[in-house]
Design a binder for this molecule. Structure first.
Ligand code: DCP
Ligand code: CA
Ligand code: CA
Length: 405
């Protein structure tokens, strides 16, 4: 049967959720920000609405820059709990319409709908419309959907019409669809690759598709050269598969005796951070969010989180952020019984991948990550299996989590 894949991507996700919560914000420039704490305007724009984009603001831009471009705009602090909740609701709706769903990021999912639509592109479009309608009705949010014969084409199609778009690229139409696009738009091609391609006289995806594989391998290495050779023709053999990586990784431990000694707490945090870091490395994962969990003598649990501008796998960074959060944790005259360190917003380590305009382009690394994951699975890591059975014990709220909590 004809394989049919759908990619659903929420429109200006974090900012749209904020507009939904406060309709007064809609229409005027709105920036969702990750403040670094260094100065009033330290940090970066996580995302912004279309009114702000029209003024030249984009994801990853320093807040101070955005302030110059949109002085009248609203600048809100990112509230990940809110976005995670919306994300889970959206993923639930997609999951109700398709058996095989692969969540690719907080606001994006692939679904293999071959069976559901019987290999028929018209039926596939109907399913997408139903999903869009349900998300709008239940979550009051819009999204853009692409449909194609594989993941790559679905992804490229989803970017074609935004916001609130639905683009279907039928079988056999991929080359004509991709051909006229600037080569920088091809999934996996970042700024540096684009420049190199331009220097070779390649401006469109169609021009890239005409090049010999040998020439591309010579210039971009065997693996990425091969990827460019295939992707430019709309060839992609990666299957839609449910992800194995957890949403969070955490470690929690009890003090030998309840304590309010800051040094002792900091020492414990360092040990916990190291344990979390080991798990991250085992899974080939990078984090963006660090949470300190404090459980006081009366067993009240409090958390403090900090989100970094970028993903990282650094154990040093993890330890220092966790200790900083622990140092700022108010004991309120009580002693601490247990402490925990948790990392969230995880992704597979993106080796050798370019990032541009905030869009992660991890196609090639994904293949590598997949191999790693399969290898890991084959090895049957007993510790991890044990931890996985405890999933959902903390605030993951239905998402997969790896936790000793
Ligand atoms: N995000 C972030 N930092 C970035 C890029 C994105 O924190 N550099 C967050 C905020 C986005 C969310 O991830 O809302 C999803 O990212 P997308 O790339 O899908 O961008 P948007 O959904 O914001 O916009 P679009 O309508 O272009 O998809
Ligand atoms: Ca999006
Ligand atoms: Ca996205």
């Amino acid at each position: 049967m004809q394989l049919i894949v759908m990619l659903l991507d929420m429109d200006y996700f974090f900012a749209q959720v904020e507009e939904r919560e406060n309709p007064l914000l809609a229409g005027k420039p709105l920036m969702v920000c990750i403040f670094s704490g260094r100065g009033e305007l330290g940090g970066v724009v996580s995302t912004c609405n279309y009114a702000a984009r029209a003024l030249g603001v984009h994801s990853g831009m320093p807040i101070a820059f955005a302030k110059k471009k949109a002085p009248e705009g609203a600048f809100l602090k990112a509230d990940f709990e809110k976005y995670n909740k919306a994300s889970e609701a959206v993923m639930g709706i997609v999951g109700a319409h398709a058996k095989t769903v692969e969540q690719a990021s907080i606001d994006e999912a692939y679904a293999d709908i071959t069976q559901e639509c019987n290999g028929d592109f018209k039926k596939a479009a109907k399913i997408a419309q139903e999903i869009k309608k349900e998300i709008l009705k239940q979550e009051k949010l819009t999204c853009s959907v692409g449909i194609g014969e594989n993941k790559l084409i679905a992804k490229m199609a989803a970017g074609e019409k935004k916001p609130d778009g639905l683009t279907v690229v039928k079988q056999g139409e991929a080359a004509a669809f991709l051909g006229p696009m600037p080569v920088g738009k091809l999934f996996g091609v970042g700024k540096k690759t684009e420049e190199k391609l331009h220097a070779l006289g390649i401006k469109t995806i169609g021009e890239l598709a005409k090049k010999e594989e040998g020439l591309l391998k010579e210039n971009f290495g065997n693996s990425f050269g091969h990827y460019l050779f295939e992707a430019s023709k709309g060839v992609d053999e990666e299957e839609v598969r449910e992800r194995e990586e957890p949403a969070q990784v955490s470690k929690v431990a009890s003090f030998p005796e309840d304590t309010n000694n800051r040094e002792e707490i900091a020492k414990m945090v360092a040990t916990l951070a190291q344990g979390v870091h080991e798990k991250l490395c085992e899974g080939g994962l990078e984090f963006r969010q660090v949470t300190f969990i404090g459980i006081l003598e009366g067993l009240q649990t409090h958390t403090k989180s900090k989100t970094q501008e970028k993903h990282s796998q650094s154990g040093e960074l993890l330890k220092s952020v966790a200790q900083e959060l622990a140092a700022g944790f108010g004991l309120g005259g009580k002693k601490m019984r247990r402490a925990g360190v948790r990392v969230g917003m995880l992704q597979k380590k993106q080796e050798g991948v370019e990032e541009e305009g905030g869009k992660k382009k991890g196609k090639v690394a994904q293949g590598e990550a997949k191999k790693q994951a399969q290898k890991k699975k084959a090895q049957g890591n007993a510790r991890e299996t044990k931890a996985k059975t405890q999933k959902g014990a903390d605030a993951a709220g239905g998402q997969k989590s790896l936790s000793d909590f």
